[in-house]
Design a protein around this ligand. Structure first.
Ligand code: FE2
Ligand code: FE2
Length: 475
């Protein structure tokens, strides 16, 4: 729903609220008269609920959503009426500067439940505190916020991994209809490892499973998932994605064609003297300097990017795209590798802790695999014809310092918590303060959301802020 439509929707609901107030302020049912959008003083004439409803649905200017709202307002169940009044009040109260997500998600919740006329949805609506879109159901509010943010990121991850899978993964119908793949891109990826297509498939499968689980768990606890509905729906799937052979061509949440990849994760895990948690000002070196500058495609945007390729003999341009993907895989999964342990420190429920401790290490397994494969990139230099960005891949398997050497994939022991302790081999960083926003901003800086709407940014930023406000309940 666009911004203007939301505004109209909210205005319409405000009219309904006015009607309701007029009606409930009286001792009996009292009708009102709508002229345009203006409600004239009600006549003191008791009417039945059915007659009341009919008097308004007869007005042609009423939208289906407003009519459905009217139907709810005439319900004989006072709790249901109170519920919808609170929702309408919240929507109408949304002003510039107010919580944007609350406005968007309440619009969605009301629109879904009312527009569809699904009275069963009222139960779900009633299970939530309508004054609080951050309600946690039977979870603490903080736990719900953390799971909701992680669920959102997993949806975003699923979207980007699905794009990689369509073009470069093993093709089956396990989690989405097979597209046939892009044979040249798939083959170029095998330079990194002969099993790349299978690994891409399985990483994608994992992300879909993470997103689905987190959403189902939140729902099972009665915690709202309206933000996840928004991200799962079509509203933000507006980015064009690839037009190359193998792409489904559907709209995307994420952009894999203009990436600026911070490859410092590479040296961060090979450095035995610095830990980002203890040395926040320290700059870790890049594995591939060129990827951290300019905008690089990690998928073929069209068949132009695969032109001149044959199987077993891809152009340096397509190889550069495949190698860019290889480092991007590691960058993305390294984010989850830190994020889960960082947020786990602030959850309250042991079961939620178990969830974070069980999903997090799978991100680490992904990261470890990907950094091993990325190190197999072969030397080449390519300048992208569209973005004009240049990248040079060196042979990291030979004659490299320890901070770059490809096969040093086990984390080097490093200072942890305090330098008074012996060095320890650990995930890094894991500081919990601001971890959600840092992860999100890392993805933003990566260029993953180039082309997304302001509403999208506000939604995900709000989710991150809520997750970072979560505090462990020591009770
Ligand atoms: Fe994941
Ligand atoms: Fe992941």
């Amino acid at each position: 729903m666009g911004r203007s439509k939301l505004t109209i929707f909210a205005a319409s609901l405000q009219v309904c609220l006015h009607v309701f107030r007029t009606r409930t302020n009286q001792s009996e049912y009292v009708g009102g008269v709508l002229i345009g959008r203006k409600l004239l003083p009600a006549k003191q004439a008791p009417i039945t609920p059915a007659a009341f409803y009919k008097s308004f649905t007869a007005r042609k200017h009423l939208t289906p959503a407003v009519r459905a709202t009217m139907e709810l307002l005439t319900s004989t169940d006072i709790q249901e009426r109170k519920q919808v009044v609170k929702d309408v009040t919240n929507i109408g109260a949304s002003k510039p500067g107010a919580n944007r997500r609350a406005f968007m998600t309440k619009g969605l919740a009301a629109g879904t439940a009312l527009g569809a006329g699904l009275f069963g949805s009222r139960l779900a609506l009633a299970a939530q505190d309508p004054d609080d879109d951050d309600d946690g159901g039977s979870l603490t509010r903080g736990d719900a916020a953390i799971l909701r943010f992680l669920g959102a990121l997993e949806i975003l991850e699923s979207d980007l991994w699905e794009q990689y899978w369509e073009l470069g993964g093993t093709q089956d119908n396990e989690f989405a209809p097979a597209t046939g793949g892009n044979p040249f891109y798939t083959d170029a990826l095998t330079i990194l490892d002969g099993d790349m297509a299978q690994y891409i498939h399985d990483n994608t499968d994992d992300e879909f499973s993470h997103a689905a689980f987190l959403r189902a768990y939140l729902e099972s606890k009665g915690a709202p998932t309206t933000e996840l509905d928004l991200l799962d729906g079509t509203k933000f799937r507006t980015l064009p994605g690839s037009k190359a052979d193998g792409s489904s061509g559907k709209g995307r949440l994420t952009n894999l064609t203009q990436l600026t990849i911070d490859t410092s994760f590479w040296t961060r895990y090979r450095d035995d003297a610095h830990n980002p948690d203890l040395d926040p000002g320290f700059t870790f070196g890049q594995a591939v300097k060129g990827l951290n500058v300019g905008q690089h495609p990690a998928i073929p945007r069209s068949n132009d990017d695969t032109a001149g390729c044959s199987i077993g003999n891809e152009t340096d341009h397509l190889k550069a795209i495949a190698f860019t993907a290889g480092f991007h895989f590691a960058f993305i999964e390294c984010g989850g590798n830190s994020l889960y342990p960082s947020l786990a420190q602030r959850v309250s429920s042991r079961q939620v802790l178990r969830i974070l401790l069980s999903i997090g290490p799978t991100e680490t397994m992904h990261f470890q695999t990907w950094q091993d494969k990325a190190g197999n990139a072969t030397p080449l230099t390519d300048t992208d014809p569209i973005t004009k960005a240049t990248v040079t891949f060196a042979d990291l398997t030979k004659n490299q310092p320890e901070t770059l050497q490809a096969n040093l994939i086990m984390p080097e022991p490093t200072p942890f918590l305090s330098r008074k302790f012996p060095k320890c081999s650990i995930i890094r960083p894991t500081a919990t303060r601001g971890a959600a926003m840092a992860a999100l901003m890392g993805f933003v800086a990566d260029g993953l959301f180039i082309g997304q709407s302001q509403e999208f940014f506000e939604l995900v930023r709000d989710l991150a802020a809520d997750a970072d406000q979560a505090r462990r309940d020591r009770g």
